[in-house]
Design a protein around this ligand. Sequence first.
Ligand SMILES: Cc1ncc(COP(=O)(O)O)c(C=O)c1O
Length: 385
Amino acid sequence: MQVPLFDLTRQYKKIKKDVLKNLDAVFTSGNVIMGSNVKMFEKEIANYLGVKYAISVANGSDALRLSVQALDITKGDYVITTPYTFFATASAVVLNQATPIFVDIEEDFYNIDLDQVEKVLQTHPMKKMIKGIIPVHLFGKTVDLERLEKIKNNYKIAVIEDCAQSIGSVWYYSNGKKKCSGTVGDLNTFSFFPTKNLGGYGDGGLVVTNDEKLADRVRKLRVHGAAKKYYHDEVGYNSRLDEVQAAILRIKLKNLDYYIERRIKKAQYYSKFFEEKGLDRYIAYPKYFNNRVHVYHQYVISVKNKEERDNLKKFLKENGIETGIYYPLGLHLQKCFENLGHKEGDFPITEKATRTTLALPMFPELTKYEQEYVVNKIKEFYTSL
Ligand SMILES: Cc1ncc(COP(=O)(O)O)c(C=O)c1O
């Protein structure tokens, strides 16, 4: 039996008719750049997220890079972020000539540790030059948005939420209200890379905000800094969402809550099977969290050490099961960030996560039968030890 980590083809079978219909309409119109689908998609997704402005861009990496620039974060400025994320979170800072300050993650949750963020804001030697924070809602669960909002207001600091993995995830505030990831920061970014919970059939990204001026700035930056065609106020990029992707994303957005529901169900099955089979002795898996809705972009387990993780990965592969490692090396140890002067041991929780975590197959169309097979193989691995 073969179980993929992610499978786009199963979903396509279900939406094929609608996708082909929308694509035909795009091609027939001849309007393939910044047409009506891009405009409608921006309206629809702003509505879905409950924000005033949504500006589509070419990918999630550009969404971050343009956001940093729109906040005027540049040479001499510092930005706090996590070393346990996809590269683009930190490269967006460096591409704007600013410097990332990494802060370790919370054990088991894998998101940036907000206690340590506050400590850095109070005690870092360059604290006056810290202009922003980029938290990442990793694997599909939000950081504590209530706490983040307090930090943003208390320290008067810009926040860019990196929501590439977390569209639709929610945090419940202590007063009973709830907020979606992507609604607290000044500018918040999303990715529509095909494997994302809302994924296109190519690259795509989004910046959202409630601030009209920032929205205008990002809108300008995505077309070479020109508010009026051929008149450039500043140097920007060519970073537009394709009309073709927008036409597809509009269909998928309608199904997003259903896809999320399915992912949550799959996560609950995994956890139930692990418990029933007594595997909680060997592996840690995501527990259900009362104060947040986790949208399970990834279902990530962790084991004792690197050797065990790598052996388990190999065993599962031999049995037809694909798994992923997000991420094998902390950003503070990447060659391109050598100049920041970090060494092994600087961020122990991140480093432990890079050695011990493993992402299991997770997508809305994954079957219960496939999940049972995955869990049984994990059990087989541990009983053979
Ligand atoms: C946390 C995070 N940030 C940013 C990105 C960049 O998005 P894209 O691949 O669309 O450029 C990704 C995508 O993998 C991501 O997971």
